[in-house]
Design a protein. Structure first.
Length: 313
């Protein structure tokens, strides 16, 4: 009876949620890693400068994806080991998480070629375009690409450096919160840019004809922005936290839950409301080219955190 109670206590909803999220992280990355239709895409486009751009971007992104795939293997392997052995030492967990952060940073650096081409294209055509066109290019391409390929990797590297068994947790918590805020910023910028492309392609009628699209559009431009502001506020209020036990996990859980529900909603709208007329750049990129779609599993971690009163072991 005592053994049964101990096992029940060990298998908490939060731990099971972390296992499922790690599995989703691995499976989505595994699928992306071995979906090889992109090979030869540059030749199918008929050659020229644009094909060369696609070649360079695809190769750089694939190199980065290899490192995320390694990170997903490490993450899944670590949590399976934790469940099998009923525990994992703090120094080992710290080392594992540092490698995951480093590999994740390298993955995002794989998009630096896209950022470089965005800057080059913006500078090349700057003088021959209207102010409105330049602003659109800046906000929908240049800024999102540079933030995700330069700013985010730097934050991840700093967080990995600060995370050490021999250093106070205060620095790691601070930079972990900053990095999390930048992640939300990246998702807001990137998904917002996809909606700009979609509206340019389909017009505003695409939103008014399909209510679920209007809601997805508002959840992106307003909902994600509100989440970004709340995350930044939470980060500002929590940067001085010295230990995980003192971190307000309910607020942290609310952020994770909201972010996960955003990805889950947009995935489910395709499943439940899709027709031939609904296909667009939005679904092409969100479903077909989204390496972060695994985040739809985050509610399984965010929801238990809402009821956590102290840091889990």
């Amino acid at each position: 009876m005592a053994k049964s109670m101990t096992e029940k206590k060990f298998y908490s909803p939060l731990k099971i949620g972390l296992l499922i999220v790690s599995l989703a992280y691995f499976l989505f990355t595994f699928h992306a890693m071995f979906t090889l239709q992109w090979i030869g895409e540059w030749d199918r486009l008929g050659g020229g400068g644009f094909s060369q751009t696609i070649l360079v971007e695809d190769i750089n992104a694939t190199i980065g994806l290899v490192f995320r795939f390694a990170a997903s293997i490490i993450a899944l392997g670590a949590i399976v080991y934790y469940f099998v052995k009923k525990g994992l030492s703090a120094p080992s967990a710290t080392k594992i998480f540092r490698w995951i952060l480093v590999f994740e940073a390298i993955y995002w650096m794989g998009l630096i070629a896209t950022g470089a081409y965005s800057v080059y294209g913006f500078a090349r055509f700057f003088g021959g375009r209207s102010i409105a066109s330049n602003l659109t290019s800046l906000t929908s391409s240049v800024i999102p690409d540079l933030v995700e390929s330069i700013v985010l990797p730097i934050a991840l590297f700093v967080t990995a450096y600060k995370l050490s068994p021999n250093k106070p947790m205060k620095g790691a918590i601070k930079w972990g919160l900053i990095t999390g805020t930048i992640y939300v910023l990246v998702f807001w910028l990137i998904n917002g840019s996809i909606w700009v492309s979609t509206i340019n392609q389909k017009g505003f009628e695409y939103l008014t004809t399909f209510p679920e699209h209007f809601l997805s559009f508002d959840l992106t431009r307003i909902g994600l922005f509100a989440l970004l502001l709340f995350t930044a506020y939470f980060t500002k209020k929590s940067v001085g936290t010295e230990t995980l036990e003192k971190l307000k996990l309910r607020a942290f859980g609310a952020i994770i839950l909201a972010l996960g529900l955003y990805f889950l909603w947009n995935y489910l709208t395709w499943i439940f409301f899709a027709t031939d007329a609904t296909w667009s750049n939005w679904y092409a990129w969100f479903l077909g080219h989204n390496m972060d779609l695994w985040l739809l599993s985050l509610p399984l971690v965010g929801l238990p955190l809402l009821f956590e009163r102290k840091a889990s072991d």
